[in-house]
Design a protein around this ligand. Structure first.
Ligand code: BGP
Length: 467
């Protein structure tokens, strides 16, 4: 039986906007998602999992089920309703109470400053494409570092990659722009500069605790490893989603191979980038200061060459086979490979996590440690007998924990795992039907019910043995 280290974190992940509800309460400012969900989806963020009120219940359950870490994000617009300027004291007070409750329950909070929810006032003037917002983010970060001295683990951003993709490539996140690769890279770059500035400030001012960034790193494979064109497609797709932001994080610049790929993609698809010398100074200054890398890993993709017109279809309702993804001059995702996939066409491939960890330690040896900050199975759970017999989820998590154990044995410094998600929350572009939690949430009554996976997770957390 495979094992995990003794002091390993067995965590659960959440995000403010997906869990809290209370989107207009106690002075919270609006975010772009508020209206965007109303206009484009069949659900809203109200009351979500009502975490704003239910957090003591969730934390009590977490403690009871052996969960010793929780990923929480601060809603920027609870602290600064307009993104900057006047502080909303009720928002500040809420997070102090929340972190105190975490510590009371011995569930260490890993706190993210930005999890997809830029305040509306800043989002509508360009979000991170607007360089003014870099400074607004850094000022918000500075405020939080000073104010929330009880926090021991800080993450600047959750998933810079999917933000750019969701906002400017797939177009399923506000502002819903499609196929604009230049905006994707510009957003990635400006967010990485924001991250670097925040990290540099944190370290220069001697705040206690650790700081890092969370990247989603889906592994990209060629459909035919012997076909150089497929190999190229996988490399280019990897640059868009992984390599560009990893280079910015740990090299402090973009490697020549990365830039060759970016230039090719922009030659074919149009657009230009605004990179400034001062950006690289700060990226360089921060590259060795990250205490940890958070890896969110759900799936891998198989790529083949593609030169036709770009077309992406998002399967948001869980109708298997409904996805299409092809980018001109980059490649096309092949879903018909010998790998299981979820109803949302996410390819289940634990080996991809192992390979991704190996890639990080090989290509970026200045990484210090890794947390797997999200991993889990989105599923149409069936609620029976006041629980969910979620064997498929147990199987998914088990396989991923096993490869983490292998990676550790092979020399990787991985010190924790956070299942997405602690309790059911809504999914940004797939709604409440796609559940991930250890605890089932009845969204009508807001009652929580531990799933079979919660009982299983507890035993693993207690024994560190993956059975
Ligand atoms: C990550 C996000 C989470 C969460 C998760 C599951 O990208 O950080 O916020 O939503 O993926 O994704 P989804 O909700 O699209 O199924």
């Amino acid at each position: 039986m495979k094992k995990l280290p003794k002091d390993f974190i067995f965590g659960g992940a959440t995000a403010a906007y997906q869990a809290e509800g209370a989107t207009e309460k106690d002075g919270k400012g609006p975010v772009a998602w508020d209206q965007y969900l109303k206009d484009n989806y069949w659900y809203t963020a109200e009351p979500a999992s009502d975490f704003y009120n239910q957090y003591p219940v969730d934390l009590e359950l977490a403690e009871k089920f052996g969960v010793n870490g929780i990923r929480i994000s601060i809603a920027w617009s609870r602290i600064f309703p307009k993104g900057y300027g006047q502080v909303n004291l009720k928002g500040v007070e809420f997070y102090h109470k929340l972190f105190a409750e975490c510590h009371k329950r011995h569930v260490e909070p890993f706190v993210t400053l930005h999890h997809f929810d830029t305040p509306l006032a800043l989002h509508s003037n360009g979000d991170f494409l607007n360089r003014d917002n870099i400074e607004h983010f850094v000022n918000y970060a500075k405020f939080c570092f000073k104010e929330f001295s009880e926090v021991n683990y800080w993450t600047t951003f959750n998933e810079i990659g999917p933000i750019g993709d969701g906002q400017y490539l797939v177009g399923k996140f506000p502002p819903g722009i499609q196929y604009d690769l230049a905006k994707v890279f510009q957003s990635h770059h400006n967010m990485m500069v924001s991250h670097a500035k925040a990290v540099k400030y944190f370290k220069e001012n001697g705040f206690k605790g650790e700081i890092g960034v969370v990247h989603a790193l889906p592994t990209k494979y060629p459909v035919d490893p012997n076909n150089p064109k497929d190999v190229k497609a996988a490399e280019l797709e990897d640059i868009i989603h992984n390599k560009f932001i990893l280079d910015a994080t740990y090299l402090g610049c973009y490697s020549p191979e990365t830039m060759a790929g970016v230039n090719h993609i922009l030659e074919v698809n149009g657009g230009q980038l605004d990179f400034r010398p001062e950006d690289f100074k700060v990226l360089e200054a921060a590259k060795d200061l990250n205490d940890f890398l958070g890896i969110n890993y759900y799936m891998s993709d198989w790529m083949k060459a593609f030169d036709g017109e770009t077309e992406i279809t998002h399967n948001g309702k869980g109708q298997k086979g409904g996805s299409k993804y092809q980018i001109k001059g980059v490649g096309q995702r092949e879903f018909d490979v010998d790998v299981p996939r979820t109803d949302w066409d996410w390819m289940i491939y634990p080996q991809g996590l192992y390979d991704q960890i190996q890639r990080v330690i090989k290509d970026y040896p200045n990484y210090k440690k890794i947390y797997i900050t999200e991993n889990g199975l989105g599923y149409k759970d069936e609620f029976v007998d006041e629980t969910v017999y979620d064997d498929a989820r147990i199987d998914y998590v088990k396989q991923h924990l096993e490869v983490i154990s292998d990676a550790i044995s092979d020399g990787a410094n991985v010190t924790g795992y956070f299942i997405w998600s602690l309790m059911d929350v809504f999914s940004w572009s797939n709604g409440y039907e796609k559940r991930y939690g250890l605890f089932y949430v009845d969204f009508e009554t807001q009652k929580r019910y531990p799933k079979k996976s919660a009982y299983w997770y507890k035993k693993i957390a207690e024994s560190q043995e993956i059975f």
